[in-house]
Design a protein around this ligand. Structure first.
Ligand code: ZN
Length: 167
């Protein structure tokens, strides 16, 4: 478990929907979360889903300015019909960045490492990262929603991505 690494597109494991976590508060779960936070920081990411490290579990970690947030078995309720366009990248698709429309505001319902339910209202970048990680847990990637490539066009071509460049 200590040697986690990030899977890169087009690894088919990134397309595998994750199953719910069923056992909470175990040393194994805590260790996995610690290892994922460590890896996310090492790679300068702001979010990492378990599917990105080959664990098909409904589990993701996010870290913006405040400390790390662990999300387990998440559900999203979109609170605003409006979407925002902004640039996204992904540790599983190195060097490729693109514009992705995302709901501006949402409510996240999830459980923590002990299995205790919690809710968070999120907006802006926080809401965006939650949606990005939630997608990973369904086997979806930002590439599926990306409307144009903003950076890394050559790499996108090499990967055979059919997304228009920024014009
Ligand atoms: Zn990602």
């Amino acid at each position: 478990m200590n040697r986690l690494s990030v899977l890169h597109f087009p690894d088919p494991r990134l397309r595998q929907p994750a199953r719910p976590v069923e056992h909470f508060g175990t040393p194994a779960l805590r260790e996995r979360i610690e290892a994922m936070i460590h890896l996310m920081r090492k790679q300068h990411g702001i979010g990492l889903a378990a599917t990105q490290v080959g664990l098909p579990l409904q589990l993701a970690v996010i870290e913006l300015k405040d400390g790390p947030l662990t999300i387990i078995n998440p559900h999203l309720d979109v609170l605003a019909a409006e979407t925002d366009d902004d640039e996204e990248g992904c540790l599983s698709v190195p060097r490729v960045y693109g514009t992705v429309p995302r709901a501006k505001r949402l409510r996240l319902r999830a459980v923590d490492v002990s299995g205790t339910p919690f809710e968070v209202n999120a907006a802006g970048l926080f809401a965006r990262v939650i949606q990005h990680e939630y997608d990973h847990l369904q086997g979806a990637l930002f590439l599926d929603r990306c409307t144009q490539i903003t950076s890394g066009l050559e790499e996108a071509r090499r990967l055979n991505l059919h997304i228009s460049p920024l014009s």
